[in-house]
Design a protein around this ligand. Structure first.
Ligand code: CU
Length: 493
């Protein structure tokens, strides 16, 4: 046991931070306990929230003793539609519960490890000054509870995470969250505060491969993420789950990054951050487009929303956004402001298959597993996926663009040969083709990154839309073509 604890303390990367350069009126130097005075009044039970919500601002003039009760729960959760993953959570969700205290507070931390759990866990809070950040004092076996106390010496927004060996695995399974230490005078008031936390995930199956997906240690070591997600799942910040604001409001996002590996290039498409508290530090930078959020780091961004519409949150390492899930949305309601922006509402390129289609793909996946999938379900799922993968060229109406992109609507070429059409999506198409009497000679890129289900649904939709009528395409048919044709050089595999 002792050697485990020692190993933990060494594995934990966070050491006591250097004394912060604090603005007036408070200081963090000298005898810490004396600077803020002793806690006043009865202990307060901290209100904790699940993302994307944060607890209300603290309305206290004196330091207090704040009791935090956090329970680790290991459970299977959806990571994408039809894809499950065994998450290890601080409080039942990923990211873990948001904790909000005041600088100078004495935090009495209780870490519970649910009796049904399999693993030991602990917690390292970056807001703690002391070796291991609490990790060595909080090693907790299933069915047990541990307790430690720390004084929140430094203001700021901090990540917490599990630091039990193998540390990377615990973090990769979702064991991180954030704690905000407000300055004594509080943060400047805003209209909306939200909690957004990025994490990278490593599954044995490919991106969006259905079913319960185990953790892949080798991919994690190679930093080859299968998913890069905001708030622990695809869809956690899109559609009905989008963040909300009204024109004229000021929005503050607490943006953290649990890692375990990747640094985030956090960006909101269509917005400029009026202020960024880079790395969660005290002094804001102004007028920023994209800000880095370190793995194990957090930042605070603030912006006014002037124009209604949908703003897309991304990791601007952009394949992560479009091919690994790092997409969220902020929906802003209110009157147009044509002097600021006269353009169109966001089109399907950014929203892709995330628009208003939540649940459709989960439904078809469930039906497939139960052997009851219908043509209608496949068509619905295919329509959702077509928006993200095909409509940029073939258009949402399937008409294509004359002389450039051939039509799928009423296409004699498409309907003549089902197997060939599967091969075109998998392997692309180049060279002359004649569709409905018109000649095309262009390039369609291979789309092998789509999985068998996705291609089956898309082609089922295409074969039953815009005047086409045909039977369903099954995932097995796609799998057969995939395994009997060669991928062109450079195609995904
Ligand atoms: Cu853990």
């Amino acid at each position: 046991m002792r050697s485990i604890l020692l190993a933990l303390a060494t594995l934990t990367a966070c050491q006591a931070p250097p004394a912060a350069v604090a603005p007036v009126p408070f200081t963090t130097g000298g005898s810490a306990a004396g600077d803020f005075g002793p806690p006043v009044g009865d202990p307060i039970i901290a209100e904790l929230t699940n993302a994307p919500n944060v607890p209300p601002p603290i309305d206290r003039d004196e330091p207090a003793t704040v009791v935090v009760n956090l329970e680790v729960v290991e459970k299977v959760m959806p990571i994408s539609e039809g894809v499950d993953y065994t998450m290890w959570t601080f409080g039942g969700e990923v990211p873990g519960k948001f904790i909000r205290v005041r600088q100078g507070d004495t935090v009495e931390f209780h870490l519970q490890n649910h009796p049904d759990n399999r693993m030991p866990h602990n917690i390292d809070l970056h807001a703690v000054t002391g070796p291991g950040g609490g990790a060595a004092s909080s090693f907790t076996a299933p069915g047990h509870e541990s307790q430690f106390t720390f004084q929140a010496l430094n203001q700021g927004i901090y990540v917490y995470h599990c630091a039990t060996a193998p540390v990377g695995m615990h973090i990769a399974n979702g064991m991180y969250g954030m704690i905000l230490v407000e300055p004594p005078e509080g943060l400047p008031p805003v209209d909306r505060e939200y909690y957004v936390m990025q994490g990278d995930f490593y599954t044995v199956g490919k991106y969006r491969e259905k079913g319960l997906q185990p953790f892949d240690m080798q991919k994690a070591i190679e930093e080859n993420a299968t998913y890069v997600l905001f708030n622990g799942a695809e869809g956690s910040l899109t559609g009905d789950n989008a963040l909300q604001a009204n024109v004229g409001e000021t929005v503050r996002l607490f943006v953290g990054n649990g890692g375990p590996n990747l640094v985030s290039s956090f960006h909101v498409i269509g917005e400029i951050f009026d202020r960024v508290y880079t790395d969660g530090g005290t002094f804001p930078q102004e007028n920023v487009q994209t800000t880095l959020v370190a793995s194990g780091g957090a930042t605070m961004v603030e912006f006014d929303v002037e124009v209604p519409g949908t703003y897309v949150l991304v990791d601007h390492s952009i394949f992560r956004a479009f091919n690994k899930g790092a997409i969220g949305m902020l929906k802003v309601d209110g009157p147009e402001s044509l002097g600021v922006y006269s353009g169109l509402e966001l089109d399907s390129i950014y929203v892709g298959d995330l628009g208003d289609h939540e649940g459709i793909i989960a439904a078809v996946t469930e039906a497939e597993a139960g052997g009851t999938v219908t043509l209608e379900q496949q068509i619905a799922a295919g329509e959702a996926l077509f928006g993200g993968s095909c409509s940029a060229c073939h258009q949402t109406t399937g008409t294509g663009v004359e002389g450039v992109f051939p039509p799928l609507a009423g296409s004699d070429f498409l309907m003549a040969d089902k197997e060939r059409s599967i091969g075109i999506v998998l392997n692309g198409l180049t060279g002359p083709v004649t569709v409905n009497g018109s000649d095309y000679n262009s390039v369609m890129p291979p789309m092998r990154q789509l999985n068998d289900d996705e291609i089956a649904h898309i082609l089922t939709y295409v074969r039953n839309s815009w005047g086409n009528s045909g039977d369903a395409v099954t995932a097995e048919e796609v799998a057969t073509v995939r395994s009997t044709t060669d991928a062109p050089a450079g195609a995904a595999h």
